[in-house]
Write a protein that binds this ligand. Structure first.
Ligand SMILES: [Fe+2]
Ligand SMILES: [Fe+2]
Length: 142
């Protein structure tokens, strides 16, 4: 598997989770938990593995904008977590976060991922995925 395939599968999981939440099949608490985990793992691995590999192959300003988008989501998610724990309504806030995270993921799929597949090649993308898995084992804490 390539790192792009694995990141794409996580975007698909995001789109499904967002759909379930909007259908009322997932609670606010579950959605916040899902997004926190995505922020902790998916965003981190993009920033630590894929984006650095793409420097020189993709506009730096766009990579920086992706990182900035991650930071903003993490901050807004932390605020949503506070609101949730105070028992105040959080749906509007979560709706906006979900829309923005989905737009961010789509932008990566339309611009960054095809560029990665075109510039890095299958072997390198598979190597980056192995690094991702090692990283996951090293940081899982058992
Ligand atoms: Fe991202
Ligand atoms: Fe992503």
């Amino acid at each position: 598997m390539s790192i792009v395939e694995s990141l794409r599968a996580e975007h698909d999981a995001l789109f499904r989770a967002a759909g379930r939440w909007r259908n009322g099949e997932m609670s606010d608490e579950e959605l916040v938990g899902f997004l926190e985990e995505m922020s902790r793992v998916h965003f981190r691995d993009e920033e630590q593995i894929l984006y650095p590999a793409m420097r020189g192959f993709f506009p730096t300003s766009e990579l920086n904008a992706y990182e900035q988008a991650h930071r903003e989501v993490a901050e807004r998610l932390a605020a949503a977590r506070t609101v949730l724990e105070e028992g105040r309504p959080v749906s509007d806030r979560l709706n906006r976060i979900v829309d923005d995270v989905k737009a961010h993921a789509r932008s990566e799929e339309e611009a960054l991922f095809p560029a990665a597949e075109g510039k890095l090649g299958a072997e390198r993308l598979a190597e980056l995925q192995r690094r991702r898995q090692q990283f996951a084992r090293a940081t899982s804490g058992g």
